[in-house]
Design a protein around this ligand. Structure first.
Ligand SMILES: [Zn+2]
Ligand SMILES: [Zn+2]
Length: 395
């Protein structure tokens, strides 16, 4: 490694300080868009290391900017800061101090990794602009969009952006840097069926919405099984039904909530079209009216081909042969960095969090914990990408 260019890796004392910073964030989780203390902690560190800090972007989002040399290139790195509304079941010293809140997705670790990189990059040589983006509310899938809507990329233009997530179940020292569809889109679909209520003894005088619901459940299952081909990934899950009150009243109305996930906008479009057709058909066949409300929570996350290939080449020296994969397991989880990748080309990659009962424990589980071993490697990844992207003399 050229120390002059990339700065030295963190020494033991520095690494210890970032591990305790990560544990400090873990012990005091903040939820959704309400992350004032985490944001302030991040801002104070960045300022201390000479970053220009811009607070309050899309709520508690913030950007740390560091410019060096005359270079025109601009790179953005993003970390998420929010925790989850669940009770931690770990008993270690840094476990959550706040009942009902837990860093169960490792965003405490992502924040610590980006801070460790920020610290190292403050003394690295590069030529251009580094934008460090710290966003709240990834779990609610609203934080990235809120920052973008607040002018994130107009105020801090980036030629490429990158983000990472830890990946439990894969060994530390492995990574997946995959081009194309990587995380699923997420939509919340609400169907509200209005019929005509009446006495349970006189169904002929009412328009019962319940047989409509039963038929809709079956019809909606056929979207995935009958309308999509083998290469079209999707999940259509009905998660909520609501209707009626007692046994002898035919209800006026019924509602359903459905989760739709796909890995491309094309498949998403096809499903939405089929949902609309099924709804219209049921209105006609049963004489009810059905309100169809489709809310897009996040698009599919599609890594850009060129930036992904570039990132894999740049990161390769940090991984043992065969440990940097260009394809990972198919996941239908959603990640709101997808909104940022819809604006600026870039790549979202995964780092193995470890295996076994503890570090292999799935995210969103009450026994999960981010693996501190990733802080050094994660910071190495960020530093390498920045130094390579902002090389002096780059066009
Ligand atoms: Zn999560
Ligand atoms: Zn996460």
């Amino acid at each position: 490694m050229h120390t002059q260019q990339t700065g030295t890796a963190l020494n033991d004392t520095e690494l210890e300080s970032f591990i305790s910073l990560r544990r400090q964030i873990h012990a005091a989780p903040e939820l959704g868009g309400d992350t004032p203390h985490t944001a302030e902690l991040v801002a104070a560190k960045l300022q201390q290391w000479g970053y220009e800090v811009h607070r309050g972007i899309g709520g508690h989002g913030l950007v740390g900017v560091l410019r060096k040399g005359q270079g025109q290139r601009r790179i953005g790195l993003r970390a998420d800061m929010d925790a989850l509304p669940m009770q931690e079941k770990n008993a270690f010293a840094h476990a959550s101090q706040i009942p009902g809140r837990m860093h169960a997705c490792g965003h405490d670790g992502h924040t610590a990794i980006l801070l460790a990189a920020a610290y190292r990059l403050s003394s690295c040589a590069f030529d251009g602009t580094l934008n460090l983006i710290f966003q709240p509310d990834e779990e609610g899938l609203c934080g990235a969009k809120a920052m973008i809507d607040d002018g994130l990329f107009q105020r801090f233009p980036c030629d490429a952006i990158f983000a990472l997530h830890n990946m439990p179940g894969s060994p530390v020292g492995t990574a997946v840097v995959q081009a194309g569809p990587t995380m699923a889109s997420s939509e919340r679909v609400r169907l509200h069926i209005t019929g005509k209520g009446g006495h349970g003894a006189m169904p002929e005088l009412s328009v019962d919405p319940l047989p409509v619901v039963a038929s809709l459940i079956n019809a909606i299952q056929t979207i995935k099984s009958r309308n999509l081909g083998p290469e079209e990934y999707a999940v259509v899950s009905i998660g909520m039904l609501q209707a009626g009150s007692v046994y002898n009243i035919i209800p006026d109305e019924a509602s359903m909530l459905i989760s739709v996930r796909t890995d491309t906008p094309q498949t998403q479009h096809k499903i939405n079209q089929r949902l609309a057709e099924i709804v219209r058909g049921h209105e006609q066949a049963f004489g009810v009216s059905i309100e169809l409300d489709i809310r897009q929570l996040a698009p599919a996350l599609i890594n850009h081909e060129a930036e992904t290939e570039w990132a894999r080449t740049s990161l390769a020296p940090l991984f043992a042969p065969g440990h940097l994969h260009s394809r990972g397991p198919k996941v239908m989880g959603t990640e709101d960095f997808a909104w940022m990748l819809a604006e600026v080309p870039g790549c979202y990659f995964m780092l193995g969090n470890g295996e076994g009962e503890f570090h292999g424990c799935s995210v969103h589980n009450p026994h999960y914990d981010f693996n501190d071993q990733l802080i050094g490697l994660g910071a190495d990844c960020w530093v390498k990408l920045v130094v390579d992207f902002l090389q002096p003399g780059h066009a």
